[in-house]
Design a protein around this ligand. Structure first.
Ligand SMILES: Cc1ncc(COP(=O)(O)O)c(C=O)c1O
Length: 442
């Protein structure tokens, strides 16, 4: 098939996500290695978004590919009620890196299912119904996960499940609670006071869980100010509310730690994960469950299950992926390259008037673009694209950089295996590309 035939036939019979079907324009992806992928024309792209922030170890790692092949030879499928060698191994490999007493895992096919399952566990454990979530969040596209989701992707899926209450985010750059010069602790306190007020009005005894992305992903890499996570843990404990951290995107090395909560030494009651768990070599999600919650289910039934829960092929990819992460010190590399990225971000901010703010923790980053630094007028709207942002995205694509741009955000989430010269190479292209948004500065 020619590249055009691939695109045409793909579009003819495939229904794409989050899109008006007539508007999709997919790249005919042909092969991938390391931080790069190639289209069917032979054009090379730097994968600055690790596809969907998920190919954490980089593309085409032979060690994971071989493990998948070997598992296919040994045992392709076992029902979710079975034990198997690979199922025994994954528990040990994963428990080795999860924080505190989160040492039991329920395996799903992806992040949304992990979040659905976490909600069920929290409601059953607490006997309470409500869940507090935040506005600048995405938790998945299934019924409960999209209701938890605070961003506009929820709107078309409403009313959704009952009992979700939303609070505001610790979004320093735009929060009306932040005053120039406030310390992290002071800003955290104000955010948490507001959350405590919501808890009081809702009735703490009605709230099962606080459900947050530890570091917010697609809604703009919002890094909690120091003290926020620790004090949120205390508030939850005070009221018997579970703390559930969605680390589907932030987990597995993305932030320069195995889990983002590790930066603040906070142990949630449940962590949900997916993406980097297999580096997307196979589909897999998981809920990491604390001892008190797994103990609760020792003599009570968990009413949840999936035909492909703990699928051996996915588990084999996860075991091999975790071993690669450990062998290659992928988490350490994410931390070290995150520092390089922070320096490159500072350079962008110094050079480009359209850069309002830059944020990154490890290799989880974004550039927030504005038309005016004083008014912080966004370069693109909350929903939809501005001509400037569309032009920026097109320039990057034309120049061989695959990046996630939307609203007024340019995300920088390369594979965690990236090296310094690769990082510098891609930031050079970004540096040129930002002349487009600079031209729109008023
Ligand atoms: C923070 C977060 N939670 C949940 C999900 C949903 O995961 P999945 O698409 O695997 O269902 C995503 C996906 O991007 C995510 O970023």
């Amino acid at each position: 098939m020619t590249p055009d035939e691939i695109v045409e036939l793909t579009k003819k019979h495939n229904f794409f996500s989050w899109s008006a079907q007539g508007a999709v324009n997919p790249i005919p992806m042909a092969k991938a290695k390391g931080v790069y992928f190639w289209d069917a024309h032979g054009k090379r792209y730097f994968d600055l978004n690790s596809q969907l922030m998920c190919v954490n170890i980089g593309h085409g790692d032979q060690r994971v590919i071989e493990a998948i092949k070997a598992q296919a030879e040994e045992l392709v499928y076992a029902g979710p009620g079975m034990a198997s060698k690979v199922r025994a191994e994954i528990g040990r490999e994963l428990a080795d890196v999860t924080p505190g007493d989160l040492k039991k895992f329920f395996f799903t096919l992806g992040g949304a299912e992990a979040n659905e399952s976490a909600i069920k566990m929290a409601r059953a454990y607490t006997g309470r119904h409500k869940i507090i979530a935040r506005y600048r969040s995405y938790h998945g596209a299934t019924a409960a996960a999209i209701t938890l989701t605070g961003d506009h992707r929820r709107w078309a899926n409403e009313p959704g499940i009952s009992g979700v209450v939303r609070v505001f985010d610790p979004y320093k750059y735009r929060s009306p609670l932040y005053n120039e010069g406030d310390s992290d602790e002071a800003f955290a306190r104000k955010c948490l006071d507001q959350i405590e007020e919501v808890i009081m009005y809702e009735g703490p005894h009605t709230i099962a869980a606080m459900f947050i992305e530890t570091v917010t992903g697609t809604n703009g890499i919002i890094i909690p100010p120091d003290g926020y996570m620790q004090d949120l843990r205390e508030i939850c404990d005070k009221h018997g509310i579970l703390l559930i951290c969605d680390e589907v995107m932030a987990g597995l090395g993305r932030t320069g730690a195995w889990f983002a909560v590790d930066h603040w030494q906070v142990v949630p009651d449940l962590i949900t994960m997916a993406k980097g768990l297999t580096s997307a070599y196979m589909p897999l999600g998981a809920v990491a469950i604390s001892k008190k919650i797994s103990d609760y289910f020792e003599d009570k039934v968990f009413y949840g299950g999936l035909t492909y829960s703990a699928h051996p092929m996915s588990l084999a990819a996860a075991v091999a992926n975790l071993r690669v992460m450990k062998e290659d010190d992928i988490v350490g590399n994410s931390q070290r390259m995150g520092k390089v990225m922070a320096g490159l971000m500072d350079d962008l901010k110094a050079e480009h008037p359209s850069v309002g703010d830059t944020r990154n923790i490890g290799l989880f980053g974004c550039v927030e673009l504005v038309k005016n630094r004083k008014t912080k007028e966004p370069m693109g709207p909350y929903v939809g694209a501005s001509p400037e942002m569309a032009k920026l995205g097109a320039y990057l694509k034309d120049n061989g950089v695959y990046a996630f741009t939307w609203r007024n955000l340019l995300h920088t989430n390369p594979p965690l295996s990236v090296n310094e010269s690769e990082l510098r190479e891609v930031f050079e292209v970004i540096n040129k590309a930002l002349e487009i948004t600079d031209a729109a500065v008023k």
